[in-house]
Design a protein around this ligand. Structure first.
Ligand code: PLP
Length: 367
């Protein structure tokens, strides 16, 4: 058991980074709307444009291509709704609900392989099948951490005249992410997943790409997203992104944690371990208990993790991601451990202690 709780749910939200806290507090203390023409407004505009340049530079887009939004969900919705006109929408089978639910009803699903990566042959066939398409694919999966070969997908899309939107919400700040480097058309990031404050995200567009806005209003964000920009959260996102990209995570703690779990429970496997993965994420497939049971038992031991997919109600749904990977009934047995940027070196050992206590508790209950 652990004295103070061990927070291992970074893919739900990262702890606030000190650089982001400083930026947030600084901007909160000021007054000024970036659209106002007086001095306070012009100062706010400067903060906004500095954040835009930072996000653009870090993730490979021109500053004019950065549209600030309220978060990752809105950035994905703006891309998919705003670029879909006259196109078939093809959505990865393991996408986050933010992408799945934004796609129009007639969209098709791109299958994933058993290791979680996109099935490139199936994508090729879908691209050949019909007219112009918009492909929406995540860079890194939120449940398993599996990385898709985005540059290859982008090349395939270009060859077939399709647009590619990349949901980089989980990848940004953890592995290299670049709109231009990948050759994609648009890319979504989210402030709180980078260690910023909730309330800000961004959609990055390649030069020359135009879209239909979702929210009309006072012409903010070059008419692409109406509404006064959430300046404190935007400044915090930029500061968090700079800090995250300057110190990318290593997989050492994740790998040690997986090895200690395997020592204690050889039947447990890490999902997608054969594919490249985010360095902070482990999806443990636990045959002897359902994910919701494990989450509650570990919470009682002071360890905060999550089951594959949590609804806003806090209920645990069976993981569509694990189903798409062909795991069948085991799709309800995936436990997501996602290490935050500030994880300490003793996390694997503390997790292993809690794991042993959890196993003992479950065996007592079963006896
Ligand atoms: N895309 C992915 C892959 C995510 O994991 C999430 C959140 O978990 C989102 C999009 C939505 O981001 P936000 O919480 O900023 O709306």
């Amino acid at each position: 058991m652990t004295d103070c709780p061990l927070y291992l749910d970074a893919n739900a939200t990262e702890p606030l980074r000190p650089q982001a806290r400083a930026a947030l507090l600084e901007v909160l203390q000021r007054v000024g709307n970036p659209s106002s023409v007086h001095q306070a407004g012009r100062q706010a505009r400067r903060v906004l444009e500095q954040a835009r340049e930072a996000i653009a530079g870090l993730f490979g887009a021109p500053p004019a291509g950065v549209v600030f939004t309220s978060g990752g969900t809105e950035a994905n919705a703006l891309a998919i709704r705003g670029l879909a006109a006259g196109r078939r929408v093809l959505v990865g089978a393991s996408e986050h609900a933010a992408v799945r639910e934004a796609a129009p009803g007639a969209s098709a699903s791109i299958p994933v392989l058993p290791d979680g990566q996109v099935d490139l042959e199936a994508l090729s066939a879908l691209l050949i099948e019909g007219g112009p398409a918009l492909v929406a694919l995540m860079a890194a999966n939120n449940e398993t951490g599996v990385l898709h070969p985005v540059a290859e997908v982008a090349a395939l899309c270009r060859a077939h005249g399709a647009l590619l939107h990349v949901d980089a919400v989980q990848a940004a700040g953890r592995v290299p992410v670049s709109l231009a480097g990948w050759g994609a058309d648009s890319l979504a990031v989210s402030g709180h997943k980078l260690g910023g404050a909730p309330g800000a995200g961004a959609l990055l567009l390649r030069p020359g790409l135009d879209l239909t806005p979702l929210i009309h209003g006072g012409g903010q964000e070059r008419g692409r997203r109406g509404g006064t920009e959430a300046l404190p959260a935007i400044a915090a996102m930029a500061a968090a992104a700079e800090a995250a990209c300057a110190a990318p995570a290593s997989p050492a703690l994740r790998d040690r944690l997986e090895s200690l779990v395997r020592d204690a429970s050889p039947e447990v496997q890490a999902v997608g371990a054969e594919a490249p993965r985010l360095p902070n994420t482990s999806c443990l497939l636990v045959p002897f208990a359902r994910a919701e049971t494990l989450v509650i038992a570990l919470d009682l031991m002071g360890v905060q993790v999550s089951a594959g997919a949590a609804c806003s109600s806090g209920k645990v749904a069976e993981s569509q991601v694990l189903r798409a990977m062909g795991l069948g009934e085991l799709a309800g047995h995936g436990l997501r451990v996602s290490l935050p940027w500030n994880a300490l070196p003793d996390v694997p050992e503390r997790f292993a202690q809690a794991w042993a206590a959890m196993q003992a508790r479950l065996s007592r209950r079963a006896a």
